[in-house]
Design a protein around this ligand. Sequence first.
Ligand SMILES: C[S@@+](CC[C@H](N)C(=O)[O-])C[C@H]1O[C@@H](n2cnc3c(N)ncnc32)[C@H](O)[C@@H]1O
Length: 251
Amino acid sequence: MTRTPAEFDRWYADRVESPVADELVRRVLGLPPDLQSTSLLTGAGLDQVVAALGLRAGQVLLDLACGRGGYGLEIARRTGCRVVGLDFSRVAIDHAQLRAQTLGLADRAGFRVGELTRTGLGPASVDAVLVVDSIQFAEPTLDALLECRRVLRPGGRVVVTCWEAADAGDERVSPRLRQLDLRRQLPRAGFVDVEVTDEPAWHLAEQTLWQEALAVDAGEDPAVRSMQEEARRVLATFDRMRRVLARASHP
Ligand SMILES: C[S@@+](CC[C@H](N)C(=O)[O-])C[C@H]1O[C@@H](n2cnc3c(N)ncnc32)[C@H](O)[C@@H]1O
């Protein structure tokens, strides 16, 4: 997985040119037809996330590290909330903005470039925060969680989807995932009512996606080639990771 904004810009530019990659992800993860995901959250997982966020019409959701904005826009459409999407990839943000217009949601959605640990939003300015499959990129994790708490109003909800190591001492698992332990980190960031669950059905869907990606003839498609590289890397340590859904409240 890439890390700098420039690397993610390239990754998104390739992805936008590849209907094959998007179609594969959408089909295997069971996503709505016009949701553009660059993560591994399934359609059923999104239903759980929406329930956990508890948003009402007119409330504000921060979709942090939103990528092309797919999940935040879908949640805005379902709940009537407003969405602020933030990501450090300018290419992703430009696509998210276009997507909001295409879906007729531009009046309730705004996207901007920003950092997981420094959103530039005001204190207590949002009702809920969602971080889909991205918290592992924050340096350090705790600063991103503290930023989530800072921008949330009292009683607001944070929902994080990610992976954690089955054994934090297992050096075969990526260091980014080994340092995640949301059951401990969310209370340390000041959150209450912390609930972290394993989601084996999401993990199984992810495994199917990587296996199907490897079976595709990638040809010259850089997005599919990139998926295949990631598939090989992830499948090599697949059973050493747990797929996790975390939710908590601002006190
Ligand atoms: C796996 S993608 C997930 C994107 C989106 N949440 C989704 O589910 O489709 C990870 C995202 O994190 C963003 N990202 C990585 N490090 C970041 C950082 N330090 N600050 C802001 N965004 C970051 C990347 O640009 C990328 O869009």
